[in-house]
Design a protein around this ligand. Sequence first.
Ligand code: AMP
Ligand code: FE
Ligand code: FE
Ligand code: ZN
Length: 272
Amino acid sequence: MFRADLHCHSTCSDGALHPLALLELAKTAGLQGISITDHDTIDAYLNHEVFQKDIQVLPGVEFTSIHREKSVHILAYAFSLKDPHIAALSKLHKIRRDERIRKMGSLLQKQGFDIDVEGIVSKNTMPGRPHLAIALFEKGYIRDPKDAFDLYIGDGKKCFVKAEAPSTEETLKIIKQANAVPVIAHPHLIKENKIIKDLLKMDFEGLEVFYGNFPYYHCDKWHRIAKEKNWLATGGSDFHGPIKAHIALGSSYTPEEPFNALLARYEENKLQ
Ligand code: AMP
Ligand code: FE
Ligand code: FE
Ligand code: ZN
């Protein structure tokens, strides 16, 4: 059976595996297709030999956006790796992520934690909260990196700083300018009904129907909505490594037909 995991993270953002190690794991897991969807960056595709003959690789990225003051993740697929709109948006995210990690890092230092925030910023293209969590863990301040979210840097906790990203509409516009395919990421995790309602009225072309470890009965509702809207029903694990240890690569996946539709768009864009 054809399976393509269209949602996972590498060391180019907050994943534990190098892009090439991620591809090896994907092949071992028996996947035929993959998209490395790092947070706000396409570095995995630019600096590494990811296009290989024994697995089909579709360019992808997971953009952070803001809607009704909440963070909304948007997956974008099939853009040209030379697209200037995607590059410009990514550059903007780099600046705001560096700044945000410095702010959260400084709040953690004020709590008495001796962590090397500048080291995190300089070593990571797209620093994120997991890097702070791992730093606290490696210094022995917490027993599990996940505890950092529950105690300090989870949404609304004492060292949390809100992300200030472009709006969902603005992000969608940029993805469209690149002729890429915008997909609503993990609708299962969106708590506010108002946000879901708004997103379903926007100009997306796909919905991440199959996600992480969610069982099929939990995805059925999203599958129905995707069918009604004539959107692509995609799937992916959101594999990161130890920071989300319970999620395996390939735990959710995209079937052959929607994957081929996405790949066809990439073939079109890459010739531009
Ligand atoms: P950021 O993009 O910097 O806001 O960080 C968000 C990332 O942190 C997510 O993509 C996950 O990888 C991770 N994350 C968020 N909440 C948790 C949590 N409760 N436990 C573990 N990892 C989390
Ligand atoms: Fe992440
Ligand atoms: Fe996400
Ligand atoms: Zn993700």
